[in-house]
Design a protein around this ligand. Structure first.
Ligand SMILES: C[S@@+](CC[C@H](N)C(=O)[O-])C[C@H]1O[C@@H](n2cnc3c(N)ncnc32)[C@H](O)[C@@H]1O
Length: 369
């Protein structure tokens, strides 16, 4: 029935007569204009992204962070001729990064303020230069490009690399990128899940340790272990030491697809880990987690998920293409994660609500008693 109604709708929308009428009739004109604006935004999205990148690279948003500036001062700060600075400022104001104030002065816009307040967003905007380079030929990515793209090289573990003990430039770069956003994610997970009942927690693929450190800071009785590739685990170990947490947060290095992980924990967390892996590897990883937990232990999977209210643009559009360019993994719906968990031996699977599903969704399950 729904398909039939949608087919009728499509035929109406495609009619040029209907389009002319909708634009002319006062009651439908706002809808027609809003749809036209959305279609234009789809076409112009790349230009908006590049305006944003220029603002971040030239320090334009940071320059007006503490108050308004005149256009000539801003042009000098950005190292641009006045006329070009005006083009940038008008463009950035049009998309909400800056706002034009009285007497030719410029201040922050709503979106610009969000970027300045979250260094994670600026780091992501810079990182996207690699992604957009790969996606300059989306058809080649869809067809499975032969050469290794820049995103694939950024995440060496996706192609089976980064297993050595030495911290390479690539490992440093991806740990720093993840580290920027891990705090935001950690806060949302800790707000959604009660960790009070878990004696010891294993954070698998824990990166630089921001999440485990946040758990340790939230309760003085908490202790845990971070498991990640050897060079990453060492990095986390140094961070725990610097934060005075190494007595409660230990690290173990290894490959979770090959090596045995430490066992006997009450809970295991996989934060932004599962979606990096194809179904076969994800299934092997979850089986190994299930075997290693205490009987009745809890696994917590936290990452952006498809099929949840309001997550389609992030999960299906953004991560769908990002992970495809990376050459490994895919965004999954909670029911797909649930099937993987049950096949791995888990039971009592449930979804836990988070305050920002756009950033992170959570699925929890228990190992057999
Ligand atoms: C996308 S990052 C997420 C890091 C962290 N949990 C976060 O949310 O910021 C994925 C992590 O999984 C680790 N990882 C990937 N493959 C791995 C493997 N085979 N064995 C152990 N760790 C692995 C990476 O080193 C990286 O730290």
């Amino acid at each position: 029935m729904r398909d039939h109604l949608l087919a009728i709708r499509d035929r109406i929308l495609l009619s040029t007569r209907f389009q002319r009428l909708a634009a002319a009739f006062p009651l439908t004109r706002p809808i027609a204009n809003a749809q036209a604006q959305k279609a234009f935004d789809l076409c112009a999205g790349f230009v908006y992204s590049q305006i944003t990148l220029a603002c971040v690279r030239l320090g334009v948003l940071d320059a007006v962070r503490d108050g308004v500036l005149s256009i000539d001062v801003l042009a000098a700060r950005a190292g641009l001729p006045l006329a070009r600075a005006r083009v940038l400022v008008n463009a950035a104001a049009a998309i909400g990064l800056l706002s034009l104030r009285s007497r030719d002065r410029i201040g922050l816009g709503m979106k610009g303020a969000a970027i300045v307040a979250n260094p994670a967003i600026s780091a992501l905007i810079e990182h996207h230069a690699l992604l957009y380079d790969d996606l300059s030929d989306p058809v080649a990515v869809l067809r499975g490009r032969e050469d290794s793209g820049r995103i694939r090289r950024f995440w060496p573990y996706a192609a089976g690399g980064a297993r050595g003990a030495e911290e390479t430039q690539e490992i440093k770069a991806y740990c720093e990128l993840m580290g920027h956003s891990q705090e935001l994610i950690s806060n949302d997970i800790i707000a959604a899940v009660s960790f009070a009942g878990f004696g010891r927690v294993l954070d698998i693929g824990g990166g630089d340790g921001t999440f485990l450190a946040a758990l340790a800071r939230s309760s003085s009785s908490f202790s845990g272990c971070l498991f990640d590739l050897p060079a990453v685990a060492d990095r986390a170990g140094r961070n725990f030491e610097a934060a005075g947490l190494s007595d409660r947060c230990e690290v173990v290095g290894g490959d979770f697809l090959v090596d045995q992980m430490p066992s006997g924990f009450d809970a295991a967390t996989l934060v932004r880990v599962l979606h990096d892996h194809d179904d076969g590897d994800a299934a092997r990883l979850l089986s190994s987690v299930c075997r290693g937990l205490q009987p009745g232990g809890t696994v917590i999977i936290a990452e952006p998920m498809s099929g949840m209210a309001g997550t389609a643009t992030v999960a299906d559009a953004y991560f769908g293409f990002y992970l495809m360019a990376m050459g490994s993994g895919r965004p999954r719906r909670p029911d797909e994660i649930s099937s993987l968990l049950i096949a791995a031996g888990f039971r009592d699977v449930r979804i836990v609500r988070t305050r920002r599903p756009l950033l992170v969704c959570i699925v929890i399950a228990q190992s057999p008693k």
